[in-house]
Design a protein. Structure first.
Length: 380
């Protein structure tokens, strides 16, 4: 009964990983990241399959049982080394390939994997990590604890790198991505620790599957980058773009400006003509922003509701003011044949060194927008 439950949990986790593997192959666009994530998932499936074979055949007697069980256990421990290395490599790539850009660190990072592979293969004859007795039962060897310790090196290393990136203020926009990478090491680590203390309980399968599932879900969320109504970038992409642009901003590439735009009297359009017409108005405004700001290499996004953001580099504030005027003129022209005029209040700010994260920059432009709207209300 106990063995049956162990097998069922393993097979259930294998099914989930195979499904994720299929979805990842269909949906991923970045080739290197797809290959690394696919390798992690494939190695996870292989590890769980070897674990399934072990519990299925352990203690069974049939011709060649001893040799088969010995190879299965050796393959299992070799696979843990390969999987741990794959985990580490995937996280390192997502963090900017920091370790693999340095030949010395790359060679050092291979040491735990190579050491564990050597110990696992040697255990076929020495019994260092594991052994199989005359009744075909698996037993831990005298050096068994070396195996989880070598795996933990990769997990702790990857987790530390992920947390370090997550809590840097400049990485505000991608904090959730880095935290999800942290879970890719955290859940298998906790599950592995518990399984070391409770042998025979398939906790590693659950922890590993949960980690891969969470990272996959986060990746899918990151891929949803376009606002479906306007076809513009969404808020998440805006944060990612502006975060990177702020890090790179310097006088050599021009002055970085952020514009926050809010549709005037949009509630009146919805209340008078219906929400369908309100959607149409948003699409017209988005089209104007594309025509006016797109040729000027500006990044355009729908921030939410009737609010838009535009980021671009301009040689002077006068150029920024001219863009605001051109948007106003283009909106008048685009809505000349509509039932109502389209207008947008625009506030903008220039990037400065005291703006460390995106909200610092956005709040400055948003404050300017508030002043513009207050001035327009006072004129009425």
């Amino acid at each position: 009964m106990y063995d049956l439950l162990y097998i069922e949990i393993n097979l259930f986790c294998v099914c989930i990983l195979v499904l994720l593997l299929h979805k990842a192959r269909l949906n991923y666009r970045r080739q290197t990241e797809q290959i690394l994530f696919t390798n992690v998932t494939l190695n996870g499936v292989l590890l769980l399959f070897l674990d399934f074979l072990w519990i299925l055949l352990d203690g069974k007697s049939f011709p060649g049982a001893y040799e088969i069980l010995t190879l299965i256990n050796a393959g299992y421990f070799v696979e843990t080394a390969v999987l741990a290395w794959g985990w580490f490599s995937y996280i390192d790539y997502c963090l900017g390939h920091k370790i693999h850009h340095h030949p010395l660190w790359r060679k050092l990072s291979l040491v735990p994997m190579v050491a564990l592979i050597v110990l696992s293969v040697a255990s076929i004859w020495t019994g260092w990590i594991f052994s199989v007795d005359d009744f075909n039962h698996y037993h831990r060897g005298e050096l068994y604890l070396v195996q989880p310790l070598l795996v933990y090196i990769y997990l702790f290393w990857a987790m530390a790198m992920s947390l370090a990136q997550a809590f840097k203020r400049k990485n505000y926009a991608e904090r959730n991505v880095y935290l999800s990478l942290f879970t890719l090491g955290f859940f298998p680590l906790v599950a592995s620790l518990l399984q070391t203390l409770l042998p025979g309980v398939p906790l590693l399968a659950v922890g590993m599957t949960l980690a891969i599932l969470m990272v996959f879900v986060n990746i899918q969320a990151q891929m949803i980058s376009v606002d479906p109504l306007t076809g513009l970038n969404n808020r998440l992409q805006f944060y990612k773009f502006l975060s990177k642009k702020m890090v790179a901003a310097r006088p050599a590439i021009g002055n970085l400006y952020l514009f926050v735009l809010d549709a005037d009297d949009f509630k009146h359009i919805n209340d008078t003509y219906g929400h369908g017409e309100g959607d149409n108005a948003l699409q017209v405004m988005a089209g104007v922003l594309k025509r006016v700001c797109g040729p000027r290499n500006c990044f355009i996004a729908r921030y939410g509701g009737d609010e838009f953001v535009v980021a671009g580099e301009f040689d002077s504030e006068e150029t920024a003011k001219n863009l605001v005027a051109l948007i106003d003129e283009s909106l008048k022209e685009a809505s000349s044949s509509m039932k109502y005029p389209l207008k947008m209040s625009v506030g903008y700010a220039e990037y400065s060194d005291d703006m460390e994260i995106v909200p610092d920059f956005f709040n400055k432009a948003d404050a300017a927008l508030y002043q513009v709207k207050e001035a327009r209300h006072s004129e009425r």
